[in-house]
Write a protein that binds this ligand. Structure first.
Ligand code: SF4
Length: 366
């Protein structure tokens, strides 16, 4: 079996950026349409770091993967955040770098395609996958373009070099292959770990220094992910079925141990406020809905009670597939999960923000 598409298909590689779409289908369409390849190295999710790690440690294999995917018919573009170490490494290697602004949604797939075609780094409505070509909202044509994250491209080269059996010797039948995960937050040794689906979540946390007894919560997947209690994390298997039972998935390979010295309701509120502030302001449910969600979260955290709880729960029903991109879905998924974990405790507590200060500051929870 020498055809790279057949190999990727037999290996069962799925995208390592979070959506877990079968890579063989995407790469086959890219080849058939002679699509330009954008390699996403932004690590745009909160707590992500693995794609930059691939550039820093496996650049030659990454380029080998690029060559297998493009067959040399179009020069690849590497998308990295402006002034980042990764952007500098790529430029030093003589590669074409698309410098991406430091906004949360700027590294979303269609944002990168827009930016690469002279537009702004904002998500575009996707009538059909851009691998077939498309149009910007101002009518400008967009040539066939495919976005793959760096780890996915690196895995293509590994499958080609080491074979399907090697790849499938990692993970589960349903989720085969090695995959990277960044374990950070309140751990002694924040680490990028070569892991595989199906292992205990605690094995990954232990490799980063373990779970301090004072820890109460563990995030999986960043702002688009979920929150677990420490007890749930201690017994959870790191695979999609288990994470799905808590409302999420494996996501883009992020595990964040929450700092027990910081109030979890405040941390969650700051993340939701950050998500609201990162809307690209193009779709009503996102532009107005996320700030309203943030306000409802703060109202519940400050005055936990049946009314504020119900209002927040109702708000959380209003986001599913309502934006042009998945940003509102991701933030509402996280908020739903945080409410599941933190809600009962808040409802039994005294008002949390006794001084009336709203948790509007953002972001250094990792
Ligand atoms: S859902 Fe939000 S982030 Fe996505 S395109 Fe619409 S306004 Fe922009």
């Amino acid at each position: 079996m020498s055809n790279i598409i057949e190999l990727i298909n037999a290996a069962g590689l799925t995208g390592r950026g979070g959506a877990a779409f079968p890579s063989a289908i995407k790469i086959k369409a890219a080849k058939e349409n002679k699509a330009r390849l954008i390699v996403n190295v932004c690590d745009g999710e909160i707590g992500a770091a693995k794609d930059g790690w691939v550039v820093a440690n496996h650049l030659n294999e990454l380029l080998e993967g690029v060559a297998l995917i493009t067959s040399g018919h179009a020069k690849p573009i590497f998308a990295a955040h402006r002034d980042s170490t990764t952007a500098r490494l790529l430029a030093a290697a003589g590669l074409k770098v698309l410098e991406v602004p430091h906004r949360y949604v700027s590294s979303e797939e269609t944002s990168l395609i827009s930016l690469a075609h002279g537009g702004t780094a904002r998500p575009m409505t996707k009538k059909a996958p851009f691998v077939f070509g498309g149009q910007r909202s101002d009518g400008k044509r967009i040539r066939p373009t495919v976005v793959l994250n760096a780890e996915s491209v690196w895995r293509v080269s590994q499958i080609s070099r080491r074979g399907v059996d090697w790849f499938r010797s990692y993970g589960t039948d349903a989720e085969p292959g090695p995959r990277l995960v960044a374990v950070g937050g309140f751990v002694s040794t924040p680490s990028i770990i070569e892991a595989a689906a199906g292992i205990p979540l605690m094995d990954l946390i232990n490799l980063a220094g373990g779970l301090d007894p004072s820890v109460r919560f563990v995030g999986v997947g960043g702002l688009g992910g979920i929150l677990l209690t420490a007890d749930e994390a201690r017994s959870a298997i790191w695979d999609t079925p288990t994470m799905k039972s808590y409302g999420g998935g494996l996501g883009p390979g992020i595990i964040t141990v929450w700092d027990p010295r910081q109030a979890a309701a405040h941390t969650a509120g700051a993340m939701i406020a950050y998500g609201a502030g990162e809307s690209a302001g193009q779709c009503g449910p996102c532009m107005f809905g996320l700030p309203a969600l943030s306000a409802d979260w703060n109202a519940f955290a400050m005055h936990p009670g049946a009314d504020s709880h119900r209002r927040l729960q109702n708000r959380l029903t209003l986001f599913e597939r309502r934006g042009a991109c998945a940003h509102p879905d991701g933030v509402s998924r996280f908020a739903t999960s945080a409410l599941r974990v933190l809600g009962p405790e808040l409802l039994q507590s005294q008002p949390y923000f006794a001084g009336g200060n709203q948790p509007t500051e953002v972001l250094s929870y990792v």
